[in-house]
Design a binder for this molecule. Structure first.
Ligand code: ADP
Ligand code: MG
Length: 705
């Protein structure tokens, strides 16, 4: 029996004491009564086991220490010093204050604990104290610790860097009380903890056993130690989530019997020969992933991520041709008519040498063209149809739809994407997205999709010169735009339009347009484009710009999506601070699409924070890096829309910072499931148990038989 256990037994009790177990209500722990139990409940701690799982969110140690000489009034710091004097002083209000003077190599500071005279008994002269708290002015500098640990008089202890664990606490329940409670019960609780992971897995994942990990997080000998303990808990959590997702994916795939396309090296080989460029390594790799997936008898459900300009279209085309050389029909859906037309044109050019003409189906078609298109789809001939949401209308029927490709997939709702898939009998599905995020994150985010990543740009892509200019430089910026226009180039000017202040923004955008037309662009052909315009009118303006009839396009963010005008070389963005970084990146992607040097100019005065963000943006063109920064700054919801992300709340993991662990968890989950899909092998029963306790979905996903 442990020391704590025997102490617990000795205390006077009313009624029989339950034996300590992980599910013992905290109420029955020494020092916790109904009031504290209520406070603990607010932190999600109801049982002794919950207490064990309430891990510190921060640590202080000698490495985070400020030299005492630098402890300035107003700072909140941690210092490490030796007690050279101490005593209890009464104040005028009758409060008794314990005071100590701490000294380190740089100087001395007074430390005071009002209302805690009893500390005089536990803190001795020559003890080393690690104290954290604000420095106030009180007859000089005075540190008022929120927390402290007494490292004792032994100088050795300080070098080892003993660590102060800081727990999330709640009103009325101090960190100190919480820490004391954990420390009191830690030794008794740890032996009760069950290890869900096999030794082999612990080894493979390179994480400590659960008991060790819990001891490390609650009673670390160094911050590194604590972080290693935390990594174990994070890994376990991510492993669970990955197992659930990957298993759901497996089941979904098994349920979706699909077509096993056979690579005939016919159309695809011809395309490769006809392309005016060589594929990038990433394109080759991703095409191989897609071909393998389409070749399997299960249905493909794959997300293709690639930065703006990474060449997703040609990858999609290889998939399309593979389906077509198997006699199937392919539908490519784009979010706007303009994009559909653009795809029709560029794809038409690429496929011309193969003697294939894609068909267009949008709401804008005349009755006759529409009839022809529908007839083509109703015939069993292999064909490629490119269109908008018009593709999912009732009247559209495919004879033999084998592959569905959805461009800019985030612009469609889940039902819209499903509706197109429902036009065939289990066609393969390829979704494309230009907001690249780390692969393991995407897998967590998009649950049951497989993910392919284009992480390389075509080599001849020019880099875009990006700068941030203050409002005072407006004249110069417009002058520069005019020199580009003189060279026959085209210019975008973008103005933010936020839904919540749409009316005001639209007025401002219109006013700016009037100013530009009256001023710097008086001699130019300029048009205004905004989301409130009827879509036909909008497309007409865009076509005018595309065909060169318009030189300057003043737009709200409606141009953000996929538009490709190679002759446009200048992108001026007003109020850049009002855009997210990924949005700015999408906008910037509208220039630099031809051979000429292009420019992205962020224009306007912004605050210091925004300036820093924008500077980061001007310094990189890596969409992954930008999406990552955006995620860190604004969170998932903002990047993907609240609807899209549906992320589970994590207890320990922070998806962005724990990316490496997440990737490790994903690989291990894949390997485990490949060998043991319902987790019944001996090594995996612990995992099975862990999942069934923690996740309601697990019961259904890992059902035996
Ligand atoms: P996105 O991924 O943004 O949809 P696109 O598919 O529109 O990118 O490709 C952008 C441009 O790059 C197109 O003009 C395309 O023809 C060209 N491109 C694609 N792949 C390559 C390559 N391997 N080498 C050179 N240019 C390429
Ligand atoms: Mg594209």
């Amino acid at each position: 029996m442990s020391q704590h256990e025997s102490e617990r037994r000795r205390r006077p009790a009313s009624g029989p004491k339950p034996k300590l177990a992980l599910d013992t209500p905290v109420m029955y722990l020494k020092g916790v009564g109904p009031v504290r139990a209520e406070m603990l409940k607010r932190l999600g701690i109801e049982t002794a086991g919950d207490l064990l799982r309430h891990i510190p969110h921060r640590y202080e140690d000698a490495t985070t220490v400020t030299r005492i000489a630098h402890a300035e009034v107003g700072l909140d710091i941690t210092v490490l010093g030796r007690v050279i004097a101490k005593g209890v002083l009464p104040t005028r209000k009758g409060l008794r204050v314990f005071q100590a003077v701490l000294q380190d190599a740089s100087g001395m500071i007074e430390v005071a604990w009002p209302g805690q005279p009893f500390l005089d008994r536990t803190i001795n002269k020559a003890d080393w104290l690690l104290c954290t708290g604000p420095v106030r002015f009180f007859h000089g500098r005075r540190l008022q610790p929120r927390e402290y640990i007494n490292l004792g008089a032994d100088e050795e202890g300080t070098n080892e860097g003993r660590v102060l664990a800081v727990y999330a606490s709640t009103e009325g329940l101090s960190v100190r009380v919480l820490r004391a409670l954990v420390q009191e019960y830690l030794d008794a609780l740890l032996p009760l903890v069950f290890e869900p992971l096999s030794l082999a897995m612990l080894h493979e994942a390179d994480v400590p056993a659960l008991r060790d990990a819990l001891r490390m997080v609650h009673r670390p000998t160094s911050v590194a130690d604590a972080l290693r303990g935390r990594a174990r808990l994070v890994f376990e959590e991510l492993l669970c989530v990955q197992l659930l997702h990957r298993r759901a994916n497996q089941l979904a795939r098994d349920a979706r019997g699909g077509t096993a396309f056979v690579s005939r090296r016919d159309l695809t080989t011809k395309l490769r020969a006809a392309l005016p460029f060589t594929l990038t390594g990433a394109q080759v790799r991703v095409i191989r992933e897609i071909v393998a997936d389409m070749g399997s008898p299960r249905r493909m459900h794959r997300l293709l991520q690639g930065d703006v300009g990474s060449g997703k279209t040609v990858v999609a085309l290889f998939a399309a041709l593979l389906a077509m050389e198997n006699g199937a029909q392919v539908a490519l859906m784009a979010p706007t008519e303009l994009l559909a037309e653009q795809h029709l044109r560029t794809i038409g050019v690429m496929l011309a040498p193969l003697g294939i003409a894609p068909v267009l189906l949008t709401g804008r078609l005349g009755a006759k063209e529409r009839r022809l298109a529908l007839a083509q789809l109703a015939s069993t001939e292999p064909s490629l149809v490119i269109g908008t949401l018009a593709l999912v209308q009732e009247a559209v029927a495919f004879a033999n739809l084998g592959l569905v490709i959805i461009d800019e997939q985030h612009r469609f709702g889940v039902e819209q994407r499903a509706a197109l898939g429902a036009k065939g009998t289990a066609p393969d599905v390829l979704l494309m997205s230009a907001t690249p995020i780390p692969r393991s994150l995407a897998l967590t985010l998009y649950g049951d999709l497989d993910v392919s990543v284009l992480d390389e740009r075509p080599p001849e892509r020019q880099s875009i010169t990006t700068v941030h200019r203050p409002g005072s430089a407006r004249g110069k910026v417009m002058e520069f735009a005019n020199t580009q226009l003189d060279e026959g180039r085209q210019v975008y000017v973008v103005y933010p339009l936020i839904e919540t202040s749409e009316k005001i923004d639209l007025r401002a955008a219109t006013a700016m347009f009037d100013e530009l037309v009256a001023g710097p662009f008086a001699s130019r052909r300029v048009a205004l484009l905004h989301g409130r315009m009827p879509s036909e009118q909008r497309d007409e303006v865009m076509r005018g710009f595309r065909d060169g009839a318009l030189e300057v396009l003043v737009a709200t963010t409606v141009i953000e999506v996929g538009i490709d005008v190679a002759n446009a070389t200048v992108m001026i963005i007003e109020h850049p601070e009002r855009f997210g970084l990924s949005q700015l990146h999408q906008l910037r992607g509208r220039v630099g699409r031809g051979a000429a040097q292009s420019y992205c100019i962020l224009l306007g005065d912004v605050g210091a924070d925004a300036a820093e963000r924008l500077t980061m943006f001007t310094e990189t063109e890596d969409g992954f890096e930008i999406a990552r920064a955006d995620l860190l700054l604004r969170g998932m919801g903002n990047l993907f829309g609240a609807k899209q992300h549906g992320l589970p709340e994590f207890r320990y993991a922070d998806l962005l910072n724990d990316e490496a662990l997440n990737e490790r968890a994903r690989q291990i989950a894949d390997r485990v499931l490949a060998a043991d899909p319902i987790l019944i092998q001996h090594a995996n029963v612990g995992l099975r148990e862990l999942l069934s306790v923690g996740y309601a979905r697990a019961l259904e996903l890992f059902r035996v038989g």
